[in-house]
Design a protein around this ligand. Sequence first.
Ligand SMILES: Cc1cc2nc3c(=O)[nH]c(=O)nc-3n(C[C@H](O)[C@H](O)[C@H](O)COP(=O)(O)OP(=O)(O)OC[C@H]3O[C@@H](n4cnc5c(N)ncnc54)[C@H](O)[C@@H]3O)c2cc1C
Length: 389
Amino acid sequence: MDFSLSDTERETRNWVRTFVQREIMPLEPLALRRERNHQPGLTSEEMAELRHKARQSGFWGVQTPEEYGGMALSAVMTALIEAELGRSFIPFRFGGYADNILFHANDEQKAEYLLPTIEGDRVSCFAVTEPGAGSDATAIRTTARRDGSDWIINGEKTFITGGNEADFTMVFAITDADKGVNGGVTCFLADRDMGWKSEYIDTMGEWGPAALIFDEVRVPERNVLGEVGQGFALAMQWIGRGRYLLPARAIGACERLIEMAMEHARNRVTFGEPIAERQAIQWMVADSATELEALRWLVLSAAWQVDQGLDSRQAQSMAKLYGGVRANEIVDRMLQIHGGMGYTRELPIERWYRELRLLRIYEGTDEIQRRTISRNLLKGHVSIRGLLG
Ligand SMILES: Cc1cc2nc3c(=O)[nH]c(=O)nc-3n(C[C@H](O)[C@H](O)[C@H](O)COP(=O)(O)OP(=O)(O)OC[C@H]3O[C@@H](n4cnc5c(N)ncnc54)[C@H](O)[C@@H]3O)c2cc1C
């Protein structure tokens, strides 16, 4: 069994590590100051500037196929990259990205939506969740009815990431109530200027998702993504595109948090000794480092299974569940080691504390991951002996 990285993987990982250290981390104090004043940490122009810098070094479209100018990197490499990016709380993502389901677009739609999204000229959002349909996406109520050669969409979506910034959405609506999710849901590419509205939702994180309101929004037939009635499968494909990527980012956050806490523990003296000499502190470091190591291998194993073309759903759910729960415990312990300073907004720890909480909720809550994991086992789809059998 070989757990080592290839030379190319190491070089690519190190390039991203250096990029994060040189280009992103120096912006952190500024971002924290702005966020304390209720402004975005970095403006969209500053983010675009960072993406541009990376592109000049050939870093563009991490998982995007080469025919679209991307790097088409493996899932393992992408997980390693996400972990490096996660070392900063600044939510940077390399450019050249487009949602996986947009690659199902026809040629006309590719020219209008996919290519400009990859180029960064258009911004998409993915809209399934509704006030009455979150974990149970089969309960969506948004409708689309035919009107001549158009569709008229009515309904409300909620918690849509990027919904305030997007100029088009991939929105999922019921087109055949009798069939429901079995052939009665369709995905539409709906431009903001076709009439949908977004409303900012204030959350405990630093960026807010949006509610999207569709009130008689007219969308032409040519904007159906994929086939009429086949939208639910597209939604599931989007959600399943890489569950391992969310906990991959948490790896980087946990590494940085533990490093910060160790540094603090070596320097902070109480009762005549650095707190690093106290067993209470050492155990928090030991438990966190052990859990981080376990998380690292859960994520990389899930990514490796994706690369091998195996059914990785169980591994991805386990990585997402473990990552969400453990990262939240780790950030809590590292905040504790920092004492009062950990609770301030001078340091990014409380920010990570708020941000990492989301990992237990979106793209499948802890409870939904547990449901998936236990069902797969109880129904005999997977073995308790895991990948090795
Ligand atoms: C910041 C943020 C960004 C998001 N971005 C997007 C986005 O871009 N696009 C999008 O479509 N959605 C998005 N979501 C929605 C997200 O996926 C849902 O919030 C999530 O799936 C949970 O749904 P819910 O909030 O309706 O909770 P509910 O489904 O109402 O669940 C409430 C509680 O009940 C538990 N529960 C539910 N069913 C079961 C069960 N069968 N057994 C045991 N427990 C259960 C849940 O785990 C949870 O603890 C986002 C959410 C947030 C907070």
